[in-house]
Design a protein around this ligand. Sequence first.
Ligand code: 5AD
Ligand code: FES
Length: 351
Amino acid sequence: MRQNITNIIEKLSQFHNVTDNELLTLLKDALSEDENRLLCQRADECRKKIYGTDVYIRGLIEFSNYCINNCYYCGIRRENQNVKRYRLSKDEIIECCIQGYALGFRTFVLQSGEDPYYTDDILCYIIADIRTRFKDCAITLSIGERSKESYKAFFEVGANRYLLRHETASDSHYARLHPDELSLANRKKCLFDLKEIGYQVGAGFMVGSPYQTPEHLLADLRFLQELSPDMIGIGPFIHHADTPFANMPNGTLEMTLKLLSIIRLLFPDVLLPATTALGTIHKNGRELGLKAGANVVMPNLSPSGVRENYTLYDNKICTGEEAAACISCLSQRVQSAGYSLVTDIGNRRFI
Ligand code: 5AD
Ligand code: FES
């Protein structure tokens, strides 16, 4: 093992500040097997100190795949004519929650494209109903950029968490992933608004997104330190055939695992999912993610009839599975990796 790499890993694990150059070295260099093992082991020790072997589950309800945006990487972008678009009604969403609750879910994540059909009033009506029925559950929204007033209205009727990946903390890189009408500045504003309102906030980015450099990743980590989110969602970029990035290479397992471990050590108590995208690029991706420091999984609770239409990237796993089948599959996978799924609201355990 190289002394400088080992030193950086140990410095990270002791929660000492690491310099930009040290982080860049870790991000740039291909680590040896031993170095990777050390990094992974330190991240796992850190997660176990705070979360033990618990793995939290979040039930993902993809309630609409309509989107007004045209992000270059995303399969449900508005210009993709090959998507069969759908919207779930309030009753269908509630049905997902009822099923999910019975299966042990205590967090529901309502995710959609940016779909103006769901006005603030409609969303408040849905959120308030879920809140009345499931008092012991967290309601997480993942519906993109809205005004601070809208975010406040959702919070007031019972939403308490919000996932909005920043995607990249570099303005120029942001502009290569998104059309002109979207800006990193507004994305950041949304994230800080959400925090100020009182949401538990999740940010994050894709690993290996087109044109991404180690310097961009460094900026992502530094931005996350500034934001200090409760959750950090990262997963590999996976191309989708009907997007402008159809021919771009996918992010790798190795790089994603390395980043999960670095993030665990930089943000010891953060909620860190082993994402579906990670499970898509490698058959044991999620298990490996858990071993590298992740402590959350987010199986799908959407009705199986619509799942295949919510395709952000090619070959997405679990699109044919019923929620119950998915949870038993996942539970086995989590156990085989040495952890256990828990029925818990799954709040961050502040250190
Ligand atoms: N590959 C991997 N992740 C993607 N996302 C969107 N498109 C892709 C893709 N092609 C991620 C984005 C978004 C989240 C919901 O899914 O980071 O914020
Ligand atoms: Fe969905 Fe395995 S987690 S089928």
